[in-house]
Design a protein around this ligand. Structure first.
Ligand code: ISE
Length: 334
């Protein structure tokens, strides 16, 4: 059976998902592209030979010829679109963050729990990145013992003009909260957020530094620099009792010239995580075929957003803030 997919949102990530889905994901067909900008939807549909375009996401989701939905619309629209897909009992792959506030996430969880089955996957793509798998597997296989600290570095070349001060936490650091939870298999219980003094008042793309405590005792620090200037660069070090595993971003070639060697950095996250995005989409379609969820659940989406809320609270209070979570519904396991 072919899963007939509706894409809601044809911006940077929506278009990227559409290209990957139509070229590299067996068992799926992109049937409709929906965007408030009709021209943008039409151009992408023509490029990918997709049958239909629409400016009405609710109708696209309800359409009987659609089996599953990718939500890549602006963050503020995620909740209503997830609700529509849940009402139509259709699996959803929703871009991160799941919703703007933890309360919105709790409402989504309540709706999914009421349905009694996991239909929501959140696009925390790093969970599908071979470099992070290797980091986790190496840690486990190399006998490094207990993990003690995780250092995460998350750098973008430059922030777009609409990327306000909070988004370093709510839009970027959510990836790092999620991957730390995934690696350490624990929840983050507190977040203390700092800004360098020269960015005390925030501003577009201003950096943040977050120190988090995990329920199982580890410390996690996260640097987010969205105006890092030199390239898109995500790094990580997992420090354990008997050694450290360092994440090496995939590099296929090195330039050697003039008595020097150098590597190049991608301009944004798409080339760096190209395999992760493909594997994520393949995993999502497989999960629908098999009825077995993969990747980040609605609970994971909620936990990352709750960490972000604690981070924003900490920036305002200047203190470490607790990550407040509701009791975990049994639908999401232990
Ligand atoms: C962006 O929205 C993403 O999801 C990228 O993966 C991330 O690196 C970037 O910081 C976010 O703003």
């Amino acid at each position: 059976m072919t899963i007939r997919v509706a894409l809601i949102g044809a911006g940077v990530m929506g278009a990227d998902h559409a290209r990957t889905l139509t070229s590299q994901v067996p068992g799926a067909e992109l049937r409709i592209i929906c965007d408030a900008d009709a021209e943008r939807a039409a151009v992408l549909a023509a490029e990918l030979e997709v049958q239909s375009v629409s400016a009405d996401p609710q109708a696209a989701i309800a359409d009987k010829a659609i089996d599953a939905v990718i939500v890549a619309a602006p963050d503020a629209m995620h909740k209503e679109l997830i609700f529509a897909a849940l009402a139509a009992a259709k699996p959803i792959l929703c871009e991160k963050p799941m919703a703007p506030t933890p309360q919105d996430c709790v409402d989504i969880i309540a709706a999914e729990v009421k349905r009694g089955e996991q239909l929501i996957q959140i696009g925390y793509n790093r969970r599908f990145d071979p470099a992070y798998w290797e980091m986790r597997d190496t840690w486990k296989a190399a006998g490094l013992g207990e993990a003690i600290m995780f250092h995460g570095f998350h750098r973008n070349v430059s922030a777009p003009p609409w990327f306000d001060s909070n988004m370093a936490v709510t839009n970027s650091a959510v990836h790092d909260f999620d991957i730390a939870r995934w690696l350490l298999e624990t929840e983050i219980v507190s977040v203390h957020a700092f800004r360098p003094a020269m960015f005390a008042n925030g501003g577009i793309g201003s950096p943040v530094f977050l120190v988090c405590q995990a329920a199982s005792g580890q410390l996690v620090n996260i640097e987010v620099s969205n105006n890092a200037a030199y390239g898109y660069d995500v790094r990580g070090d997992l420090v354990c009792r008997n050694g450290t595993v360092s994440l090496r971003p995939p590099v296929n070639s090195e330039l050697c010239t003039n008595l020097q060697n150098s590597i190049s950095y991608p301009a944004d996250w798409r080339p760096r995580f190209v395999n992760a995005y493909r594997l994520q989409l393949q995993g999502w379609i497989r999960s629908i075929h098999k009825g077995k969820p993969e990747g980040a659940s609605a609970w994971d989406g909620y936990a990352a957003s709750a960490c972000a809320a604690a981070g924003l609270k900490s920036l305002a209070s200047g203190q470490a803030e607790k990550v407040e979570l509701i009791a975990k519904p049994s639908l999401y396991g232990k």
